[in-house]
Ligand binder design. Structure first.
Ligand SMILES: Cc1ncc(COP(=O)(O)O)c(C=O)c1O
Length: 349
C-alpha cells in the first residue's frame, strides 16, 4: 500500500483550542456531522429489531433490497437492469472501491472529499486529480464524480455527467458517482437516471447519514452495474462486511418515507440562505454552494488565515487546503438553528 496522507485534522487543533476559549461559547462548523435528531420512527425501527442473534446477509435482507430498488426507480429515476448492495456507511465503500475493482488508475475531482485519493492509494493505484470536464480526462480504470460536491456544493449539470458517462463507455472504464448529497438538490440527477437504461460500468453511491440523520448508524448503499456489484458482494462476503440487521431495519424505515428527508433539506437550505447573506455582507465571495451541507467561500487570502479569523470569534471552519484549494474555507451547516444565528451575529458584529 502506498503511504497515506497525514490525517489533516491535527493541523486544525490549535484553531479549535483558540475557538474554544471564546467567552460566549464554541461553535463547530468544521465537520459535516449531522446534529438534528434521527427521526423517531427510524429510531423505533432500530430498537424493534434489537433481538438479532443470527448473522445478517452481506447482500442485505430481501425487504431492504426491494426498498433500495424501489427508491432507485421511484426517487432517483433509475431505469434498465441494475443491482443494489447495502454498505456500512459510504466512506468504507469509497475507500475500498479501487481495491474491490482492482483498479490500477483512478481519476478523482481536483477539489474533493479526500477519501477518493485515499482509496486509490490503498489499492496502490495511480491517482490523478481532474477538473469536471470529462471530455479532457485521460484514460483510466475508474473515475469518481461527486454531485452535489463536498466541499464546493456544486451540482453538476446533466451535460457534465453525460460527458463522464461517455468517457466511461468510450474507454470501457468504470464511472463511480458519489451521490450521498443528492437528496439536497432538486436539479441534480443520478448518473443512473442519465444512462438511458444502460447501467454497465456505472455505480452510484448513496448514504442515509445526511438524508436521514443516520450518520451514527452507518447506513449506505450502492446501486448500478449488476456484474460489478456481484464482484464487490463476493469480496465483501469473504471479508464479513455486512450491515447489522437492526441497521438494515432502520434503513428500510428511512427509505419508506421521504417527508423527513424533505424537511431536512429545508433546514439546511434555510441555514444556508441566512449564513450566506451574512458572509457576503462581511466581504466573503461564495462559490457554488448550490446544494448540500457546505458553504464554500473565500476572503481572497490563505484559507488558514480565514480559519484563524473565525477561531477568534469562537467558530471552527475547515481550510480549503484539506480538499485541494488553498484560498477557500468550507463552512458546514451542520449546527443547530440557534448556533447558526449566533454565528451570524458574531460575523456581523
Ligand atoms: C462526499 C462524501 N462522500 C461520502 C461521505 C461518507 O459518508 P458516510 O460514510 O457517512 O456515508 C461523506 C461524508 O462526509 C462525504 O462528504
Amino acid at each position: 500500500m502506498q503511504k497515506l496522507p497525514d490525517f489533516p485534522w491535527d493541523l486544525l487543533a490549535p484553531y479549535g483550542d483558540k475557538a474554544k476559549k471564546h467567552p460566549d461559547g464554541f461553535i463547530d462548523l468544521s465537520q459535516g456531522t449531522p446534529v438534528d435528531a434521527t427521526p423517531k420512527f427510524i429510531q423505533e425501527a432500530l430498537s424493534k429489531a434489537s433481538n438479532s442473534p443470527s448473522y445478517p446477509l452481506t447482500a442485505g435482507s430481501e425487504e431492504l433490497r426491494t426498498a433500495i430498488k424501489d427508491f432507485a426507480i421511484k426517487t432517483l429515476g433509475v431505469t434498465g437492469e441494475f443491482d443494489v448492495l447495502p454498505t456500512i456507511g459510504s466512506k468504507e465503500l469509497i475507500a475500498f472501491l479501487p481495491t474491490f475493482l482492482q483498479s490500477k488508475t483512478v481519476l478523482y475531482p481536483a477539489v474533493a472529499y479526500p477519501t477518493y485519493l485515499v482509496g486509490a492509494l490503498m489499492a496502490s493505484a495511480q491517482a490523478t486529480p481532474v477538473e469536471i470536464d470529462a471530455t479532457a480526462w485521460p484514460v483510466a480504470d475508474l473515475a469518481w464524480v461527486n454531485s452535489p460536491s463536498n466541499p464546493t456544493g456544486q451540482v453538476q449539470s446533466d451535460e457534465q455527467l453525460l460527458a463522464a458517462i461517455n468517457w466511461a463507455r468510450k474507454n470501457n472504464s468504470i464511472l463511480a458517482s458519489d451521490e450521498c448529497y443528492l437528496s439536497f438538490t432538486s436539479t441534480g440527477k443520478s448518473i443512473l437516471a442519465l444512462s438511458g437504461g444502460n447501467n454497465s460500468g456505472l455505480l452510484a453511491v448513496h448514504s442515509l447519514s445526511k438524508r436521514s440523520n443516520l450518520a451514527g448508524y452507518r447506513a449506505a448503499f450502492l446501486i448500478g452495474d449488476s456484474k460489478l456489484i456481484d464482484q464487490i458482494r463476493q469480496i465483501r462476503k469473504h471479508a464479513g462486511l455486512m450491515v447489522s440487521l437492526p441497521v438494515q431495519q432502520a434503513m428500510l424505515a428511512a427509505l419508506s418515507e421521504n417527508k423527513h428527508a424533505q424537511e431536512q433539506t429545508q433546514r439546511y437550505l434555510a441555514r444556508g440562505v441566512k449564513l450566506k447573506r451574512a458572509l457576503v455582507s462581511a466581504g466573503f465571495t461564495i462559490e457554488h454552494s448550490e446544494a448540500g451541507l457546505y458553504i464554500w467561500c473565500t476572503k481572497g487570502e490563505d484559507g488558514f488565515k480565514t480559519v484563524d479569523y473565525f477561531a477568534a470569534m469562537g467558530i471552527l471552519v475547515t481550510p480549503g487546503s484539506f480538499y485541494g484549494s488553498n484560498n477557500f474555507v468550507r463552512i458546514a451547516l451542520t449546527a443547530t438553528d440557534e448556533n447558526i444565528d449566533k454565528v451570524i451575529a458574531r460575523i456581523n458584529l
